[in-house]
Design a protein around this ligand. Structure first.
Ligand SMILES: [Zn+2]
Length: 81
């Protein structure tokens, strides 16, 4: 990340949280998304595990990437059967 780079939309995706996101929860819904599709929820340190667990509990492939990313190039595991 470039020095001084400060994306103004990098806010935690947890409802009601306005903390700055420091991680990206990359996921997809196998029922509606094609295998190359990536959804990204940005998360602050307090909520990254909550958001990851929320998606994992639904059987969605989910990977946490450090920093704020757009999800492209992130390899997701196969969907749970
Ligand atoms: Zn948060």
């Amino acid at each position: 990340m470039m020095f001084g780079f400060e994306p103004d939309a990098a806010q935690c995706a947890r409802a009601g949280c306005r903390e700055t996101a420091t991680a990206s929860v990359v996921w997809r819904n196998p029922r509606i998304h094609t295998p190359d599709r990536r959804k990204v929820w940005l998360a602050c340190p307090d909520h990254v595990s909550y958001l990851e667990g929320f998606l994992a509990s639904r059987g969605f492939p989910v990977v946490v990437a450090a920093g704020v990313v757009d999800g492209s190039g992130v390899e997701l595991p196969e969907a749970a059967a």
